[in-house]
Design a protein around this ligand. Structure first.
Ligand SMILES: *Cc1c(COP(=O)(O)O)cnc(C)c1O
Length: 363
C-alpha cells in the first residue's frame, strides 16, 4: 500500500475496540437521535474548548447556517469574510440571503487580513466571519474587538482549527459564536458528517437549539422556521472516543509538522504566528510550478491536494457579485501556488522521511 493523503484506516485500527464498543452501545440503546451520547459529547466539548455552551450539529455547514440564522442575519445584510476558504463559509452567508463581502488575506498566514477589515464595514454589515485556515486562527481577539467597536457580531468558522490556540485560548472560544466541523478529514473527525456550535451566550444557544430541530420549542410546537441540523448519536459516540485521544493526536501533529518545517527545503510554508498554535488541518506548501510539482510527487507515490485552487470571488456561483480579482492580490497569488502534502498523526516516521526526501529532490 502506498502513502495515503490522510490515514483514516490507521486511526480506526488504533482505537478500534473503543469505537466498536461505543457504536454497539448506541445500537443497544436505540437512542439514535439526540439523547445521552449527544449531551455527553456536548459537555465534554465545552470543557475542552473552554466555553459554556456547545451544540452538536449535522455538519460544519449546518452549524454555520444555524449561527447566521440565530444572529438574525438575512436579506439585505452583509457579512465580511475571506475569499480563501472552503465554499461553505460564503455559501451559508448567501443561503440566509445575505451578501458575503471579501477581504484579502495575509501573505504569511493566508488568514483574513485583519488590517483591511474596517474599510469594508458599511451600515449593512452585520458580522465578521473569520475562518481559521489550515489549522491556525487569525487574531480572533482583535477581530472580535473590531466587531464590538462597530456594534456587529464576530463568528469564527473553526472547521479546520479545532484544538488550536491563540495566546493560550482555544479555537472556538473567543468570537461571540463559533463553529467547527467533524467531517472525517478534519482535525477531529467522525465517521460521517457532523459539526458543532460554541458560545457563552445562553440566548444564542437556545435559539440555535430551537432552529436545529425544525424551530420546535416543544414537541410539534414550532416557534421559528428552522432546519433538521441535528447530530447523529452514533457520530457523537464515536467523537467521544476520539476526543479522549485528541490531545495526543494534536501533539503528534505538532511533532510531524516540526519535522516537515525543519527538513523541507526550497518551499515556502505558512508562518505560524508566535502567539498561536496550529493543528495543521493541512500541511500546505507554496510552490512556483505547481503542475510540475504535483506530477513529480505523484510519480514518487506521494498524493497531493489543492486547498483551494479557486478563490470564492472567482467561483461561477458568485459571478453575480461582479468582483474584480485585482482587489485580492495575495489571494490570487496564494491560490495559484498552494499544494498540500500527506499529513496525519498516524503518518509513520518512514513515510515522513520518504516524503521529505522526495519533495526535496523535486522542489
Ligand atoms: C470543511 C469546512 C466547512 C464545512 O464543514 P462540513 O462539515 O463539511 O459541512 C466549512 N468551513 C470550512 C473552513 C471548512 O474547512
Amino acid at each position: 500500500m502506498g502513502i495515503g493523503f490522510i490515514d483514516l484506516q490507521a486511526q480506526y485500527r488504533a482505537y478500534k475496540d473503543e469505537i466498536d464498543r461505543a457504536i454497539q452501545g448506541v445500537l443497544d440503546s436505540s437512542a439514535y437521535i439526540m439523547g445521552p451520547e449527544v449531551s455527553a459529547l456536548e459537555s465534554e466539548l465545552s470543557t475542552f474548548v473552554g466555553v459554556e455552551h456547545s451544540i452538536g450539529c449535522s455538519s460544519g455547514t449546518s452549524a454555520l447556517e444555524l449561527v447566521l440564522r440565530a444572529l438574525g442575519i438575512k436579506e439585505g445584510d452583509e457579512v465580511i469574510t475571506t475569499p480563501f476558504t472552503f465554499f461553505a463559509t460564503a455559501e451559508m452567508i448567501s443561503i440566509v440571503g445575505a451578501k458575503p463581502v471579501f477581504v484579502d488575506i495575509e501573505p504569511d498566514t493566508y488568514n483574513i487580513d485583519t488590517s483591511k477589515i474596517k474599510e469594508k464595514i458599511t451600515p449593512k454589515t452585520k458580522a465578521i466571519m473569520a475562518v481559521s485556515i489550515f489549522g491556525q486562527m487569525p487574531d480572533i481577539d482583535n477581530i472580535a474587538n473590531i466587531a464590538k467597536e462597530h456594534g456587529i457580531k464576530s463568528i469564527e468558522d473553526g472547521a479546520q482549527s479545532f484544538g488550536a490556540t491563540l495566546r493560550g485560548r482555544k479555537s472556538c472560544s473567543i468570537a461571540e459564536i463559533s463553529t467547527t466541523s467533524f467531517f472525517p478529514a478534519k482535525p477531529l473527525g467522525g465517521y460521517g458528517d457532523g459539526g458543532a456550535i460554541f458560545t457563552n451566550d445562553k440566548e444564542l444557544e437556545d435559539r440555535c437549539r430551537v432552529l436545529l430541530n425544525h424551530g420546535q420549542n416543544q414537541r410539534y410546537k414550532h416557534s421559528l422556521i428552522g432546519i433538521n441540523g441535528r447530530l447523529d448519536a452514533i457520530q457523537a459516540a464515536i467523537l467521544r472516543v476520539k476526543l479522549k485521544h485528541f490531545p495526543e493526536e494534536i501533539a503528534k501533529r505538532e511533532e510531524i509538522a516540526k519535522r516537515y518545517d525543519e527538513n523541507l527545503k526550497n518551499v515556502v510554508i505558512p508562518k505560524i504566528a508566535t502567539d498561536r498554535t496550529s493543528v495543521y488541518a493541512q500541511y500546505t506548501l507554496l510552490v512556483e510550478n505547481r503542475e510540475e510539482f504535483i506530477k513529480a510527487a505523484s510519480e514518487k507515490g506521494i498524493p497531493t491536494a489543492i486547498h483551494y485552487p479557486i478563490p470564492l470571488y472567482r467561483q461561477e456561483a458568485y459571478k453575480f457579485l461582479n468582483e474584480n480579482p485585482n482587489e485580492y492580490d495575495v489571494c490570487e497569488e496564494v491560490s495559484s501556488k498552494v499544494v498540500s502534502i500527506p499529513f496525519s498523526p498516524f503518518l509513520s516516521i518512514e513515510d515522513q522521511e520518504y516524503i521529505i526526501e522526495s519533495i526535496n529532490s523535486i522542489s
